[in-house]
Design a protein. Sequence first.
Length: 271
Amino acid sequence: MMKIDKDVIAENDNKALIGSLNQIDKVIAVMSGKGGVGKSTFTALIAASLARSGYKVGILDADITGPSQARVFGLKPDGLHSTEFGLEPVITRSGIKMISINFLLPNEDDPVIWRGPLLAGAVKQFWEEVDWQDLDYLVVDLPPGTGDVPLTVLQSIPVDGLVIVSSPQDLALMVVKKAIKMAAKMKVPILGLVENMSEVVCSHCGETLKIFGPGQGEKVAAEMNISFLGSLPWDQNLNEHLDTGRVEFYLSSRADQIMENILAQLPQNQQ
């Protein structure tokens, strides 16, 4: 079993230097109540949108058992280099700094079969022992649900705001309320709710189809007293960008607008 520890991160005696240069202005965590709603896709889209706007951006892939950020950005497992200040994150083609368990696996499809404490410990090390240096925004891709890893992130990382991602199905919306209630109990600011796969536009006739039922995100956000940040359609073009590792080159005015809505909810942008 692979273990991430300080011997992997630095081969010098001055451990006090690890992470000492990090200056991260804002941390945004992306969460969902269940898998399959596009949480990781949205994490990638928002990070890419922030980078295009000129911000210094990082992605912490905290979904240890189901990491996908490296793949959608076209990054292959190739080990990680270290300095006296910690692990060096991998840089995407548009300059986004990224850390993911996949960079430490021999093959990207090798499973990580760990119990909760090991998973949570790895995420803490990704926060504390990576040489992030200066970032305007660090976007954290949380695993779905309300288990050990989301709990660890919300307890040990200074999250400035949480974005909840759901889809129109009743089941997804029922479960997402659990995530919202978890964040509220832990007093983590919720920036709002995004509804993914809200519709699909037929490529042949142009008809808009509600394949997962009518959108309910705005209604649920109102019921839970949080902001509705917007909705994203199901888009075959996006799927092709994800599959070919080119997500940062996908352009979406709706994703950019959601990014602006998120920034408007952060404390630094409140008047």
